[in-house]
Design a protein around this ligand. Structure first.
Ligand SMILES: [Zn+2]
Length: 498
């Protein structure tokens, strides 16, 4: 081939990528967001030109729109046990548009020849839009007015059910949940500054996630990711929700397991959250830069996972085996609090007064999570078969549920609710029952029971969900609160083998 021909071919290839595969929003110079129909068209356009991609519809929203996953694999997705499976999902909150736009940029970026090495070690599923109904009207919640990122424990919404069904099908070793944060509030403006990092990142903080996974995320992945973003000209920081300095404390992410990161994390997944900075006055403000920041964070995580694939794969599989065998953490933390580590936080901010980047010192900084109440993990729980709302929940979660066959050596513990107090959980006041336990004989059981063993991948999730004193448990949700009645027994029983 002549040099001229090669040059023309190269230019043609470059123009293929730079012109024809522009994302719908990119085509408008990021002055418009990508609609659901445009997103669908773009996904199938990429799918048709690349053998790497297989598109899967993982479910439908409550208004019947499809939720798409682009599955990238150099072979058959999920079939090669030497590869690590990564799930990136964006836009659970419909008004956080840059996550979707960043995911669509990434979808195209990954087809470039210089990125192909990733798929020697990674099978990636990319879901650009978990909440299409919310996105179409630029609203946080789905069409049922549910906050999807508070729904991962109870799983009542079609979008979260679809996401968890998809996760369960492939058992991804690593996940990233992509969001936006908004630093623009009157209070911060009056104080003269606001948070200012373009991309922030959070790791799993629930104490029941294997310690090794939490440590590797915080000590290895997080510094890598922050540096990856900085070296590509995006300001970045650890995700730090909190009130104004002097008016409350600053912590890292929630330890609740009802969000995307922690609900997968508690199954000993290498799991993260990313929060890009929102636009101030409207959702397209600075959208191009914001989308690229989100894309760069996602790409950074893929890079870290690629470089540490062996370590992460081994760690996740070892810790999951411990969970399944019932050998992981014999104690489960069901109440916890954020606490200080003796250090202050130098928080990067934008100063309205000077018009420049600055730093404020946060004195009340509580980066640690410490347990207030632990319970001994039982062998399993007995759910009365007539409590169909609970057995239906267990089925939605994909928990292994069997008919209980009584064995005379089983020790059954029953909780008695003595009184109902309250406890602060990250600013919300929730119930805190005082309980006492008594042992009852197997022969005293009446009625049918379903058995949920704790020796399963979702064993810690089951304990956190079913304990009556759990501040993250089902009883803290309105629809299950009736199981707690002062002066009465709690209907779900603990089984410990003799
Ligand atoms: Zn969000």
């Amino acid at each position: 081939m002549s040099k001229l021909f090669l040059t023309v071919l190269l230019l043609y290839t470059v123009s293929l990528f730079s012109q024809e595969n522009l994302t719908p929003s990119e085509k408008t110079g990021f002055t418009k967001i990508t609609t659901y129909n445009e997103l669908k068209g773009f996904i199938y356009q990429l799918d048709s030109i690349s053998s790497l991609i297989n598109t899967e519809v993982i479910g439908q929203s409550s208004e019947g729109r499809n939720i798409y996953a682009l599955k990238y694999s150099s072979g058959i997705f999920g079939s090669d046990n030497t590869k690590i499976k990564v799930l990136i999902f964006a836009q659970q909150h419909g008004n956080e548009q840059s996550g979707k736009e960043g995911a669509l940029l990434l979808a195209r970026e990954l087809l470039k020849p210089e990125n192909q090495y990733l798929f020697n070690r990674i099978d990636l599923a990319l879901i650009p839009q978990v909440n299409p109904d919310g996105s179409e009207v630029n609203k946080r919640r789905n069409a049922n007015n549910a906050d999807l990122n508070r729904n991962h424990l109870i799983l009542t919404e079609p979008e979260t059910k679809a996401l968890h069904g998809f996760f369960d099908k492939y058992q991804f070793e690593a996940t990233l949940d992509v969001h936006e944060y908004s630093p623009y509030s009157k209070e911060w403006e009056m104080a003269g500054f606001r948070k200012n990092s373009e991309v922030t990142l959070g790791t799993t903080t629930n104490l029941n996630v294997a310690k090794e996974i939490r440590n590797f995320s915080t000590n290895n992945a997080l510094p890598f990711l922050l540096n990856y973003l900085k070296s590509r000209d995006f300001t970045s920081f650890v995700y730090c929700p909190g009130d104004l300095p002097g008016q409350g404390y600053t912590r890292h992410s929630t330890f609740d397991i009802n969000d995307g990161r922690q609900s997968f994390g508690v199954q000993n997944t290498f799991s993260f959250i990313q929060e890009g900075m929102n636009g101030k006055d409207n959702f397209t403000e600075n959208l191009g830069k914001r989308a690229k920041g989100q894309m760069t964070g996602m790409r950074g995580l893929l890079e870290f996972i690629y470089q540490n694939e062996y370590i992460i794969f081994k760690m996740v599989h070892r810790e999951r085996q411990q969970l399944s065998d019932g050998k992981a953490n014999p104690l489960v933390s069901i109440q916890a609090e954020h606490s200080p580590n003796g250090q202050t936080l130098q928080l990067p901010v934008y100063s309205y007064k000077s018009g420049h980047d600055s730093v404020v010192e946060i004195i009340d900084y509580r980066p640690l999570v410490t347990s207030l109440t632990d319970v001994k993990k039982p062998t399993g729980y007995l759910i009365p078969a007539e409590l169909t709302e609970i057995t239906a929940w267990a089925e939605r979660q994909g928990l292994q549920l069997t008919d209980y066959e009584p064995v005379s050596t089983d020790i059954i513990e029953q909780y008695f609710i003595q009184q109902l107090d309250s406890i602060d959980f990250e600013g919300d006041i929730i119930i805190d029952p005082t309980v006492k336990t008594k042992n009852i004989q197997v022969s005293e059981l009446t009625g049918q029971y379903m058995f949920v063993k704790t020796g399963q991948l979702k064993g810690n999730l089951a304990v956190i969900a079913l304990e009556p004193k759990s501040m993250l448990g089902l009883v803290t949700y309105e629809q299950y609160g009736q199981m707690i009645k002062p002066g009465e027994a709690y209907p779900i029983l603990r089984v410990t083998k003799q």
